[in-house]
Design a protein around this ligand. Sequence first.
Ligand code: DAH
Length: 338
Amino acid sequence: MKEQIQEILEEARRSIPSCVSDKDLEELRIKYLGKKSSLSDLLSKIGTVSKEERPQMGALLNKTKKEIAQLIEQKKLDLHEKTDTSRARGLDVTMPGRPLPIGAKHPLCQIWEEIEDIFINLGFEVAEGPEIESEYYNFDALNTPSGHPARNPQDTFYLKGGKLLRTQTSPMQIRVMEKFKPPIKIISTGRCYRVDKMDPSHLPVFHQVEALMVDEGITMSDLKGALDSFVKRIFTSDTRSRFRPHFFPFTEPSAEIDILCINCKGAGCKLCKKSGWLEMGGAGMVDPAVLEEVGYDPEKYTGYAFGLGIERIAMLRYGISDIRKLVTNDLRILKQFQ
Ligand code: DAH
């Protein structure tokens, strides 16, 4: 019997390590350790062994079973390790990944959204319009005479077919009034284009926010109130605004908007060129000729409008002195505004 046991063990030692799948291994387990296995068979015949040899044989059978069970267990582990290729390559897939740098909204976008939020809170609706405009909306309907210097191809990008890239967001005043009856209370933000060489204060592509309010009895004090609320919210609550007489074809009277220098509070510094005030944009009461153009009765309705440069606001808020820093996508600069 001893030789038979030995033979079974030898065979198991050869066959188990060379098996290639779980299924084959299970077959071997049944073959060597199952109820009908030759080892079980031998165990049932232990009674035929002489009394003296019996304990020894019993122990040998158990030891053999144990060794075969161990061989099978080991093989099972080996098989699984082979199929798990990531582990075979020394890779621990449960380890946390390397952190990737996370991007952030561009500072200009952040300000843009903030501006819209402030005006939404002041009761304005946001209107969007095309960047490719006709001369009608960008100039004619805005009461801009045919010889006006702004129409010059040296200032305005003209496209084939008589279209142009809008030089201001003001054409949205016309588009909105054409479509809706008063009361109107909208802002429109977006890209504008002018034939300008890039320098510390000019970009050929820039952004404006335009506001328009038209109703019965709208006065310049409504304009001043809206602007003042806005500058106090976008800058600090002690920011003051003032109007300086100016001229725009589509407003009468027209004004340029200044704010008290946010840096020196009026004392005079490098930022405000010693004037104590910073230029913010243009404003005025909508010219009756513009109201007439869109079919509004200028005897009944009045309105105000203003336009501000978004880059200008961003530069003041972030303390940037060169507008180009906003568009060169230098990560070292952008990271400062995250
Ligand atoms: N569109 C003018 C510009 O780009 C700015 C402006 C001035 C807008 C007066 C207005 C306004 O709405 O009333 O220079």
